[in-house]
Each structure stands twice: as structure tokens, then as C-alpha cells.
Design a protein around this ligand. Structure first.
Ligand SMILES: [Zn+2]
Length: 317
């Protein structure tokens, strides 16, 4: 635990723009956002690594690659959020209000952070077209051990792009999570998805995020695999991490935590663990919480902040 505290303080999160490389040729704009949750910095390290790699290699891009930090204040304080979850406020009307309100009059830390993010992404979204869309990837980690997956809509363009990465795709989560950044980008006619890369602060989450980002840049055509001498290293690594996992799963069920519930997940659950209907998964002040459906458990909650206790998903086509 001590190590984790040290690590939090070693990282400088003050620059919102991690890096921005404009290619010599036209192509999509990849926006990688990391740390929209302040206890999830792995994506920032991964984005830094890839930006450095591109610069060192003098790789020419088809399109643009922009790395952004989400919730700077929460990252600096090592908390998931300060006042409210920054990934639950991306409703068009709330964003409109945030844009119209002077920053000094905005009441929550997360809405002030979002205003700063919008100042950067709004002009990019305005100039994006069908031919060269924005590909928004929201990088997350979770509190359980192991696993990596992508949360996506069933939009054809998403599936075509993401099928090139050997990472499990989770569909239908948008039915249970509202106000997410990925859904907002998707609604603007662009491509948006979330990449959940591993346990908070773990080396594997950072490595998975790095490999996933590199593979996405190649899959989207922003960089050519042949321009990165050790590209197979990234690709093979990602493959090895996901070999045993299902390819596509569909959302079935979410356990909602309400204030005062005193929710506690039973220890030992990992992403994609098989669960049976009726199995004892967690406890709250009213007693045992049993699985309402059979399937795979996803994102079992082992941290204090958060309103989603666990998800249950099933394999699909
Ligand atoms: Zn997150």
C-alpha cells in the first residue's frame, strides 16, 4: 500500500494534454482520454509511452493522435472523484450548461474539469467528418484483479475496428450506464468506446493499455505496422492476455448500490469468472446478495467509491 501512495505522488498530472501529434497525411483523429476517474492513471503512462515511441521512431501518422488527461484534481488527490463521477455527466444538456457557465460559477470539480476537456475536444468534433471521424477511447482500470475488455456500442464501425484487436467486446453496458463520455462521442456521429485495461495502478493494466493503444493506432490506419519495428511484440502480448477470454459478451444485469447499503463484494471474484443464478456474490446491510442471472461476472467492486456493485454478462455473437 505504501508503494502505491508513493507512486501517486511521483506522477505529475498538471498538463491536460499528454501529447498531440498531427500526421503528415489525412486520417482519423484518435483521442485517448485517461484518468477521467482519478484513481485510474495507468492509461496516462500508456499514452506517454506510445507518444514517445512515435516521436523516437519519427513515425509519420495518417491522422492525428491526441492524449488527454480527464480528472486532474482527482488524480492529484488520488480519489476516484471529488464531487461527482466525471463519467456520468456527459449528457448533451448538461454539457451545454457547462459550456455556457463561467468556470468560476460551476459548482463541482468534475464539471470544471469537463469544461476544460470540452474546450479542447469541441473544435476537433466540429471539424471531424464521415471520412475522417474522431475515434474516442476512454481508458479505465477497475478494482478487481485481472482481465481486460472494451465497452462498445453495436455500431457497425465500432465492431469493424475493434474486431481487429483481440480484446473481448462488451455490448449493452450503455443500457446500464448513462452520461458516459463514450456515449457522448458516439452520439456526435463519431466512434467512442471504453478500454478497461486491468486493476488500478497495476503493471499489467499499464502494459495492456500500452499494447491496446498501439494495436488501435494500427487497426485504425493512423500508423502502419511496418513503421514500428517491434509491433509484433505489442500485438502478441495483447493476444496472450485475452486468449482464454470470451470474444463478445452482452450485458445482462447490474447490481446498483444505493447510499447506506454498505455493499461488500465477497472476496476473490475476478472479471469473467463464471457465476450461477442464486450464487452468493456480495453482502449489504439487508443480507446476502445472490446472482439474479447466470453468466460471467464483470467489474466486481472492491473499492469504496462507486455505485455499480457488479455486472453479469453472457457470451453472444
Ligand atoms: Zn473508470
Amino acid at each position: 500500500m505504501e508503494k502505491l501512495e508513493e507512486k501517486k505522488q511521483l506522477i505529475d498530472y498538471s498538463d491536460r494534454i499528454i501529447g498531440d501529434i498531427q500526421g503528415d497525411y489525412p486520417g482519423p483523429t484518435i483521442i485517448a482520454m485517461a484518468g477521467i476517474h482519478g484513481n485510474e492513471p495507468s492509461g496516462i503512462e500508456a499514452t506517454k509511452h506510445i507518444l514517445k515511441k512515435i516521436k523516437d521512431n519519427k513515425t509519420s501518422l495518417h491522422g492525428r493522435f491526441l492524449g488527454l488527461i480527464g480528472n486532474i484534481q482527482a488524480l492529484q488527490e488520488g480519489k476516484r472523484f471529488i464531487d461527482e463521477d466525471m463519467n456520468r455527466i456527459w449528457f448533451t444538456s448538461i454539457l451545454d450548461k457547462i459550456r455556457r457557465t463561467p468556470i468560476a460559477e460551476i459548482l463541482t470539480a468534475e464539471r470544471r474539469e469537463t469544461k476544460k476537456v470540452l474546450e479542447i475536444v469541441d473544435p476537433i468534433l466540429e471539424s471531424a467528418g464521415n471520412e475522417n471521424p474522431v475515434i474516442f477511447l476512454d481508458m479505465h482500470t477497475f478494482s478487481a484483479e485481472d482481465g481486460l475488455f472494451v465497452i462498445s456500442t453495436r455500431d457497425e464501425r465500432n465492431i469493424t475496428l475493434l474486431a481487429q484487436l483481440s480484446v473481448p467486446l462488451i455490448f449493452g453496458i450503455e443500457k446500464a450506464l448513462h452520461g458516459t463520455a463514450l456515449k457522448y462521442f458516439q452520439n456526435t456521429g463519431n466512434i467512442g468506446f471504453a478500454f478497461e485495461t486491468g486493476q488500478h495502478f497495476s503493471a499489467s493494466a499499464r502494459k495492456n493499455a500500452t499494447a491496446g493503444l498501439m494495436c488501435l493506432l494500427v487497426a485504425s490506419g493512423v500508423i502502419s505496422a511496418s513503421d514500428i519495428d517491434d509491433f509484433p511484440r505489442y500485438y502478441d502480448y495483447l493476444n496472450a492476455q485475452t486468449e482464454a477470454l470470451p470474444h463478445k459478451v452482452e450485458f445482462l444485469y447490474k447490481h446498483i448500490i444505493e447510499p447506506g447499503d454498505e455493499f461488500e463484494m465477497r472476496p476473490g471474484f475476478k472479471n469473467f469468472d463464471k457465476v450461477k443464478k442464486g450464487q452468493w456474490l456480495a453482502t449489504d446491510r439487508h443480507g446476502k446478495i445472490l446472482a439474479q442471472r447466470s453468466g460471467f461476472v464483470l467489474m466486481p467492486l472492491y473499492q469504496d467509491q462507486g455505485e455499480d456493485g457488479f455486472f453479469i454478462v453472457e457470451e453472444c455473437d
